[in-house]
Design a protein around this ligand. Structure first.
Ligand SMILES: [Ca+2]
Ligand SMILES: [Ca+2]
Ligand SMILES: [Ca+2]
Length: 293
């Protein structure tokens, strides 16, 4: 191949791989939304990343579990290449009592504890690396604000809830309103999953009708209603009448008369405390019985 054509192709491929933003993704297990966004060749990329996060009502990503790390890693490897990397919400606080180089005094922008660490991430090269970046190959690295700015051109963003995401993205193409849906009821589509948003259980038959009427044919996708995750079912439940709620084999059901929801009530803290007290009382009672024997 002609050398100049080859060089042009390489440049085009690099351009495409480095400027394609990820689609925002949603994790059911923690309810957080993530996105990897290109900073457009900023000459001062860290402040750009901080400001982008703030504009979008997000924060730079915080990684507190190995599950979250794996998730972010899988996102990075699909988006970032060519030696580029993404800014996180991890910084080293030199005034912290636990500060020491290279590992002491690291903090997350959200104030979450530094419970998870990707080992051997820091070397404080040059004596001034106090910001955490993510790289698709070597993962965590400490860096400084001014070095390699040309290849620190992504921001890893995180929203801690759908509400936080929706506050910025209400006009995002991923957020849409069904034709015929009640005012202010919308859904959000992430990577093939559709989430009812701002719906409650009194609206659920309307939402079900809209789904099954063929709107994106997403009736089997999970929806979040009243803060809990549900799936639709068109099963007719014998022996139940509309409005019934019950639990069977560990799965919660709501029967709506024409269709049902299967899923999980997310226990409120009060219920968890009540369950805890009940268990403690049962253990205490049986212990007393054993002691009396
Ligand atoms: Ca996080
Ligand atoms: Ca350092
Ligand atoms: Ca380093």
């Amino acid at each position: 191949m002609n050398k100049s054509i080859f060089a042009a192709l390489v440049i085009i491929v690099l351009f495409l791989t480095q400027t394609t933003d990820a689609s925002p993704t949603f994790r059911l297990d923690n309810g957080h939304v993530y996105d990897i966004v290109y900073l457009g060749g900023s000459s001062n990329p860290y402040p750009s990343a901080v400001s982008l996060a703030s504009t979008r009502n997000a924060h730079l990503v915080t990684i507190t579990t190995s599950a979250e790390q794996s998730w972010i890693a899988s996102r990075l490897s699909g988006i970032i290449s060519g030696g580029n990397s993404a800014w996180t919400g991890g910084t080293q606080n030199r005034t912290s009592p636990s500060y020491s180089e290279p590992y002491g005094g690291w903090e997350w922008v959200t104030g979450e504890p530094w419970t998870f660490t990707n080992n051997s991430f820091a070397d404080n090269y040059g004596g001034y690396q106090d910001n955490l970046i993510l790289h698709p190959t070597f993962m965590w690295d400490d860096t400084s604000l001014g070095e390699y700015t040309g290849s620190r051109q992504f921001a890893a963003l995180e929203w801690d809830s759908l509400d936080a995401y929706h506050a910025y993205y209400s006009n995002d193409p991923l957020v849409d309103t069904y034709a015929g849906a009640p005012a202010a009821k919308s859904y959000i589509a992430f990577s093939g999953n559709t989430f009812g948003y701002d719906w409650d259980l009194t609206d659920i038959n309307t939402l079900y009708t809209l789904f099954t009427a063929g709107e994106n044919n997403q009736e089997w996708d999970p929806v979040i209603v009243d803060g809990a995750v549900w799936r639709y079912s068109d099963t007719t439940y014998a022996g139940h009448s509309a409005g019934d709620r019950w639990t069977e084999n560990g799965i919660d059901y709501i029967y709506l008369g024409t269709a049902g929801l299967e899923g999980g009530f997310i226990p409120e803290p009060a219920s968890i405390i009540l369950i805890g007290i009940t268990c403690a009382l049962m253990i205490f009672k049986s212990r007393n019985k054993i002691l009396r024997k």
